[in-house]
Design a protein around this ligand. Structure first.
Ligand code: C2E
Ligand code: MG
Ligand code: MG
Ligand code: MG
Length: 291
C-alpha cells in the first residue's frame, strides 16, 4: 500500500489511492491466513493436442473464502501482486503442483504441468534457482514443468527478466507465453522471450467462429508462431465449431470447457487414467469428453 506524509510529517495511510480499499486489505489478510493454513487449492485444466493426446495440465489456483465463497483468481492475484504476497503464493503453487506431478509420475502418469508465474516472480533474482531446487527436491525432471508468463514480464526490468528466463530454460524448464494478443503485445517481445509455446488469448478464440476479424488474427498468430518454431495453444475453447476452425487454422492444441474445466486433483487423476486407457480419437472428431 501507499503511505503519504501529511503536513506534520506523520505518515497517513491513504486507502483509496492505489485501490487498496479496506475491503481489499481484509481480503489480503484472509489470503495470507489461507496460505498459512493450506486452504488454497489447485485445480488442473487439460491442454489437449488435436490428435487427442494430452499435452499437459495447467494448474489454476482456487480459493473458497469462508464467508464470501469462491473468490476469482483475477481478484486475489491482483491483490497478491500489489501487496508483496506474490512470492509466497507462487511458492505455494509450485510446491503443490510439483508434489502432484511427483504423485502422478509415481502412478505412471507422466503428464507435464504448467504453472502461472507473475512478473514479480520473474523479477526476483533467486527465482530460477529456487525452481531448480524445488524440482530436484521433488525428483521431478525440469521437462515436466512449464511456466506460463505474460508479456508484462518485459515492462519493468527486461534485463532481470531475460536473465531469469535464460536460467530457467537453461535448467530445462519450458516457457509458455500466456494471454497472447492482449495488452502490450509486440512482435519484439516474441523475439526476446525464450518461449516454446504461445497461448492465444480467449478473447480472440471466443468469437472465432462468428467474427472474421478474430479469425484472421488467430490465423496470423498461428502462422507467425509456427514460423518462429513455437507451438500454439488456443485458450477458452467452448464448442465444436471453434475446435474445428482452430484445427483448420493449424493450431496445435486447445484448452477450454469443450475438453474440460479445471478439475480438483482427484478428478484430474481419474480424467488422466480414463484418457490413458481410451481408444485413439476418431480422425477429425473433437476430443471425446471423459466419461
Ligand atoms: P489464465 O492463465 O489465462 O487461465 C485461463 C483462465 O481461463 C482460467 O481462469 C480458466 O479457468 C479460464 N478458462 C479455461 N477454459 C475456459 C473456457 O472454455 N471458457 C471460459 N470462459 N474460461 C475458461 P481462472 O482460473 O479464473 O484464472 C484467471 C487467471 O488468474 C489466469 O488466467 C491466470 O492469469 C491467473 N492465475 C490462476 N492461477 C494462478 C496462479 O497459480 N498463479 C498466478 N500468478 N496466476 C494465476
Ligand atoms: Mg495461464
Ligand atoms: Mg491465458
Ligand atoms: Mg488470463
Amino acid at each position: 500500500y501507499q503511505a503519504k506524509r501529511d503536513r506534520s510529517g506523520v505518515e497517513v495511510y491513504e486507502a483509496t489511492r492505489d485501490g487498496n480499499t479496506p475491503d481489499r486489505l481484509g481480503l489480503l489478510g484472509d489470503l495470507r491466513r489461507a496460505l498459512d493454513a493450506g486452504d488454497i487449492e489447485l485445480h488442473y485444466q487439460p491442454k489437449v493436442n488435436f490428435d487427442g493426446t494430452v499435452a499437459g495440465l495447467e494448474a489454476l489456483v482456487r480459493w473458497v473464502h469462508p464467508e464470501r465463497g469462491k473468490v476469482s483468481p483475477d481478484e486475489f492475484i491482483a491483490i497478491a501482486e500489489s501487496s508483496g504476497l506474490m512470492p509466497r503464493l507462487t511458492d505455494y503453487v509450485l510446491e503443490t503442483a510439483l508434489g502432484q506431478v511427483a504423485r502422478w509420475r509415481a502412478r505412471g502418469l507422466t503428464v507435464p504441468v504448467a504453472v502461472n508465474v507473475s512478473p514479480r516472480d520473474v523479477h526476483s533474482p533467486g527465482f530460477a534457482g529456487s525452481v531448480a531446487a524445488r524440482l530436484a527436491r521433488h525428483g521431478v525432471p525440469a521437462g515436466a514443468l512449464q511456466l506460463e508468463i505474460t508479456e508484462h514480464v518485459l515492462l519493468e526490468d527486461p534485463h532481470q527478466a531475460a536473465s531469469t528466463l535464460a536460467a530457467l530454460t537453461g535448467h530445462g524448464v519450458r516457457m509458455s507465453l500466456d494471454d497472447f494478443g492482449t495488452g502490450y503485445s509486440s512482435l519484439v517481445h516474441l523475439r526476446r522471450l525464450p518461449v516454446s509455446e504461445l497461448k492465444i488469448d480467449r478473447s480472440f478464440v471466443a468469437r472465432l467462429a462468428v467474427d472474421t476479424e478474430d479469425a484472421e488474427i488467430v490465423r496470423c498468430t498461428v502462422d507467425l508462431a509456427h514460423s518462429l518454431g513455437l507451438r500454439v495453444v488456443a485458450e477458452g475453447v467452448e464448442d465444436d465449431e471453434t475446435w474445428e476452425r482452430l484445427r483448420d487454422l493449424g493450431c496445435d492444441a486447445v484448452q477450454g470447457w469443450l475438453v474440460s474445466a479445471a478439475m480438483p486433483p482427484a478428478e484430474a487423476t481419474s480424467w488422466l487414467l480414463a484418457r490413458n486407457g481410451a481408444p485413439p480419437p476418431v480422425e477429425g472428431a473433437p476430443p471425446a469428453l471423459p466419461g
